[in-house]
Structures are given as C-alpha cells and as structure tokens.
Design a protein around this ligand. Structure first.
Ligand code: BGC
Length: 398
C-alpha cells in the first residue's frame, strides 16, 4: 500500500509537471498493430498502481491507447505526449493506430484487452462504429475514456477528455469575419471534417454560429454549398441539416479529398465568386491542401484560410503567410488530463470532470480544455515561448 501511494504521488507529480509545460518529445512507436509495448521497461510499480482487486499483473499493459491514424501529424503529437507522461509516471502502456479502419480499431482494442488493460483511452476513427469496440472493453471490465472524439450511441463510454470543439469553430469563423475584405457579397468557401467524426459537426456548428448572420445579411455568399445557402436564415441547425452541408463540403479529413474538392469548386464557380475570398479550412492538413489550390488560381487575388492543430507544417505556413491562422490545441494538456483520469481510475477514485457531453445514449462526464488562436502575431508567444515547439524547427520567425 505504501508503494501504491508513492507511485500515485509520482504519477500525479508527473502529470502536474506536464500541465505546466515541457518540451516536445519524439515519437517512439510507429507500428499499427499490437506488437510494440512502448513502456514495458516501466513495470516496477505494476502491483502498486493497479487496483488491489485485480489490476494489471507484472508485464501486462495497464493503459491502452488507440489513436485514429499515424498519417496525420496531429495524432503523432498526442502519441508523443502519452508515451512521455505514462512512461514517466510508471504505467505500462501501449499506443496502437487504427489507420482509418474501424475494423483495425476493434482488433486493436481486443488486443489491448487481452493484454490486461485497466483503462482504455480511445480516439475513435468513426464515432458510431467504435461503439462495438468499447462495448467489448466494458464487458471485460475496462474503464473507457473517449479521447478528443466522442463515441456515440453507446453507454460504454465512462469519460470524455476533449478540447472545447465548439470554440474551435467559433474561432475559425470569427477570424474570417474579423479579417474579411470590405464590402458585401464576399465569396465564402466552406469545408468540413469527416461526417464519421462527431467533432466535425461541433466545429461546423461553432463556425456557423458566427458566420450565419453574415451569410444571412449578404455580407458573405457561400460559393460551394447550395445546402448552406439554402439554410442561411437559420441561426441554429439540426444535426441532420449540418449533415447535409457536410455532405457537400466534407474533406473526410483527407488532404487529397480537400485538394480535389477545392479544385472542383474553383472550376465550377464564375468570376464573381473569385477575387478576394474567405475559406473555412477545418484543420491544418486540409487547410494546407486547400491553400495550395487557391494560391494557384490566378483569379483569386487574395484569400484567408483557417485551420486547427498547430501542426508544424502549418505553423510554417502561418509564418510564411500561406495559411492565415491555426487553432492551437495543446496536446500536452489533453494527454495529461487523460492520464490524470487514468491515475484516479487505477486508484479506485472518481476522476474530476467539469462538464458533460450527450452521446445519444447518455450524458458522458467530460473534462474540457481551452484552445488558443494562433496567427503570425502571436505564433512565437503561443508555440515557442510555451515550449511546444523549438524556434529552430521554423524559418523566418524573427
Ligand atoms: C480532431 C482534429 C483533427 C481531426 C482530423 C478531429 O477529431 O479534433 O484535431 O484535425 O480530427 O484528424
């Protein structure tokens, strides 16, 4: 018991350290399937950190993490934070990637269950398809924490750790409003995330909450979504209505889809929808693709494009003036919050939460983290001074 307490104190201290900021870490795992226990050298306190009534035995994995894909820098950032925090805290852990497949995701969860995990931290590939995977985990007595993306339509989600995704959308929309050219009838191109990701709806809802009045009064004209134009007088959209718009402007969170949609949209519109334009870019990867397309259209004289995630490549784009803004979601905090939850759970306590999110089956207790808008003006302060990145990783910062 003494050992357990010591281990707990160490774990909490490590989480607290992470919360006050530390440098970026390198990734140590890039395998998709379950053949790589990332912190299996940190097993010393297995017996101490697991519940007395049957937690992980020595050599087993205590905390399993499933992330959607290693093809987007966003999730490698999260992986690095998890491995650093959990490893330092003395928890055995394993990070697996679903690589865009719900089937792989389910196999990953089953693999982790078979390795004896007590806590599953999962960012779903597809929020509704993941229900089956987490139900299997619950059946095996595992506590399930939905990470960043909510898993919908099931009671098998114990907790949700997330950024304030509505605010992300608001920040993107507000940026476009604050930086719009003078006049009315300004072309607005809307893009969204994947329809399988609950967040895509929340981001869009946030953006719509500020953009809609400007579309309704004719300041902006939606260039690429007849559904959005048709709904312009509605301040609040139903999920189904948002789904219709997303159906037209989804990027699927895929750079190539974003690129080809942007090309098709610019080919389809007349000269009146070019000139100085605004683009709601849903995240950094897709924003860079879309920005590259808009930058090569000679009839687009200027464009503002939003993003999110503060991916390194987009931070460079922001510095270079090729992407207008990004939203910094500090993965150190999100990972640390999840680990703090895991610590509570492993210790038999109830984790601290500050809100709830309804997942269509229940109100899931949630811990929510704020976001920071990053533009050329504050890039150094937000990302370098906070030690998220090192200045040497970029050019033209001074
Ligand atoms: C995340 C974003 C990410 C997107 C694509 C969303 O659920 O919140 O940060 O850019 O998925 O992976």
């Amino acid at each position: 018991m003494k050992k357990k307490l010591l281990s707990m104190l160490l774990a909490v201290a490590m989480v607290a350290t992470m919360l006050t900021g530390c440098g970026d870490t390198t990734t140590t795992t890039d395998d998709t399937t379950a053949d790589d226990t990332t912190a299996d050298d940190v097993t010393a306190d297995d017996d101490a950190t697991a519940d007395d009534d049957g937690g992980a035995a020595s050599g087993e994995v205590q905390v399993g993490i499933v992330l959607p894909t290693k093809d987007e820098p966003r999730w490698l950032q999260d992986q690095a934070q998890f491995e650093a925090i959990l490893g330092d805290a003395g928890f055995t852990n394993q990070v697996l990637f679903s690589q865009g497949s719900s089937a792989t995701e389910k196999t990953n969860v089953e693999t982790l269950i078979s390795q004896g995990i007590d806590v599953l931290i999962i960012c779903a590939q597809d929020g509704s398809a993941a229900a089956a995977a987490v139900e299997a985990a619950k059946d095996a007595g595992v506590t399930v924490i939905a990470y960043d993306r909510l898993i919908t339509g099931t009671e098998a989600v114990d907790y949700y750790v997330t950024f304030d995704s509505f605010s992300v959308g608001v920040a993107q929309g507000q940026y476009l409003i604050d930086n719009a050219p003078e006049g009315t009838g300004i072309p607005l191109y809307l893009y969204a995330g994947a329809a399988t990701d609950n967040n895509a709806f929340i981001f869009f809802e946030g953006a719509w909450s500020v953009l809609q009045p400007k579309i309704a009064d004719g300041t902006f004209v939606v260039a690429n979504s007849s559904e959005a134009e048709g709904l312009k007088d509605k301040a609040e959209l139903s999920r189904e209505e948002i789904g219709k718009i997303i159906g037209q402007v989804t990027t699927d969170w895929d750079f190539n889809v974003a690129k080809s949609k942007a090309e098709a949209h610019l080919t389809a519109v007349g000269a009146d929808m070019k000139g100085d334009v605004l683009v709601l870019g849903p995240n950094d990867g897709t924003a860079r693709s879309i920005a590259d397309v808009f930058a090569t259209d000679k009839d687009v004289t200027s464009f503002k494009v939003t993003g999110q995630d503060a991916e390194k490549a987009s931070v460079q784009y922001v510095i270079d003036g090729k992407q207008s803004m990004t939203v910094f979601k500090d993965t150190r905090t999100l990972a640390a919050d999840s680990v703090a939850m895991a610590v509570s759970i492993l210790n038999g306590d109830t984790p601290a939460t500050d809100t709830t999110y309804n997942n269509e089956a229940k109100d899931v207790p949630a811990k929510q983290t704020n976001i920071v808008v990053v533009t050329q003006d504050n890039v150094k302060e937000a990302l370098i001074d906070s030690e998220y990145y090192d200045a040497s990783e970029f050019t033209g910062l001074e």
